[in-house]
Write a protein that binds this ligand. Structure first.
Ligand SMILES: *Cc1c(COP(=O)(O)O)cnc(C)c1O
Length: 391
């Protein structure tokens, strides 16, 4: 007899009860969050449920041949192609990742391999929390650069640190849409600083997890594409692109990737990706939004989210509540409300600030309801004390 690990098997009824419970929880929680950048506008994706019966696996480099054919690599290449055009990458290579973090790992890995082991990673205090972990994983020497109050990297500090270490190649992590404040690091400035500091060599990886789908679509926003001397870009697929399953896209210059590639013989495919077996299912969702709606729609989504963000800032300020946003951003930064509200609306908080990430499913009605809740709380707890703008 098998040793009981999980006790008796569930009956069909028990399975149904448990699944009904979690279904209800998901239904409830997915209609009331404002603090996280996940897309919840998903009903039309039910057309892909029929593909669940295939063991889809996009193992290996999407541009090489593979003897395993149960994959969606032809769609994956179309996704890479779309983003290459969007970000001005001619010498194009990329793949669909498990998320923004994997894309950052890939970019930093490629950067380190390109620059050599004595390179130093520079990242700002407002970079995504995973960057410190990735630096440890890659055994990178790293330097944290100060950030400005709006969340953007501090260019003077970057310049100072680069000059101090100019004999070490510089691996720079720039962010388009910082996680908490939605700030954009200016690539043009960073590139100039690298050149003026006379560092022996440099590589810029752009973490555009969220801002990668906002910034390119707004007039006058600071550009970050491959027309600059950057090596790679990572974007999340479950944020503004809209996949219900976490995923992302990483793009890199093909000539850099080629130097990394090594053959795995038994699959007859190239081992250029972080994961071996790769999710081929998430490719459907990215591909679908690109092919059905395309660039024009992504532009409308971006403009609309930024507009709703500004609307919310205005409403909060009218209440006398401290709130602001970066110019090309869909993130409202506000003084942290009480826990009743942060829990009800699932707001992310950091110190004494909270933020709202305005996504395409976030309606003005939801945002106005949040403002109304805040107004009711103020009414209950008395007038607002004078709040400083400095967080
Ligand atoms: C969300 C985010 C990440 C991480 O992306 P995942 O897709 O959650 O792995 C990295 N950087 C920034 C700036 C982000 O907003």
């Amino acid at each position: 007899m098998l040793r009981g690990v999980g006790g008796m098997n569930f009956s069909d009824n028990q399975i149904k009860t448990r699944l009904d419970q979690i279904y209800k929880k998901l239904e409830r929680s997915s209609s009331s969050y404002l603090g996280y950048p996940c897309n919840a506008d998903l009903n039309e994706l039910m057309i892909f449920s029929r593909f669940l019966k295939f063991p889809i696996n996009n193992v290996g480099d999407p541009f090489s041949n593979c003897s395993f054919k149960v994959n969606t690599r032809e769609l994956e290449r179309e996704v890479v192609d779309f983003f290459s055009k969007l970000y001005n990458l001619e010498d194009s290579w990329g793949y669909v990742t498990n998320g923004g973090t994997e894309g950052n790992l890939y970019g930093l890995f490629l950067g380190r391999e390109t620059l050599g082991k004595n390179s130093i990673l520079y990242y700002s205090a407002d970079s995504h929390y995973s960057i410190i972990k990735l630096a440890r994983l890659l055994n990178l020497n790293s330097v944290q650069i100060k950030s400005n109050e709006n969340g953007e990297i501090n260019y003077e500090d970057l310049s100072l640190r680069l000059k101090k270490n100019k004999n070490n190649p510089a691996l720079i992590l720039a962010t388009i849409g910082t996680t908490m404040k939605g700030a954009n690091d200016k690539i043009e400035k960073i590139q100039k600083i690298c050149e003026n500091a006379l560092v022996s060599n440099y590589y810029i990886h752009v973490d555009a997890a969220l801002g990668g789908m906002i910034n390119p679509f707004l007039n006058n926003s600071p550009k970050f594409d491959f027309s600059f001397n950057i090596g790679s870009i990572s974007v999340s697929g479950h944020k503004l692109i809209g996949s219900p399953i976490p995923c992302g896209i990483v793009l890199a210059r093909k000539k850099l990737v080629n130097t990394l590639a090594s053959k795995i013989e038994y699959l007859e495919t190239l081992d250029t990706t972080i994961s071996g077996s790769r999710n081929g299912f998430t490719v459907f969702f990215m591909w679908y939004y690109i092919k059905k709606y395309g660039e024009k729609w992504f532009r409308e989504v971006a403009i609309n989210c930024v507009e709703k963000c500004k609307h919310t800032v205005k409403k909060l300020n009218e209440l006398g509540w401290t709130a602001w946003s970066n110019e090309y951003s869909n993130i409202v930064i506000l003084e942290k409300p009480n826990s009743k509200l942060t829990e009800k609306w699932q707001l992310a908080t950091q110190g004494n600030i909270a933020h709202i990430v305005v996504m395409r499913h976030t309606t003005k009605m939801m945002l106005d309801e949040f403002v109304q809740d805040l107004k009711n709380e103020i009414y209950l707890t008395g007038p607002i004390q004078t709040k400083s703008r400095k967080f």
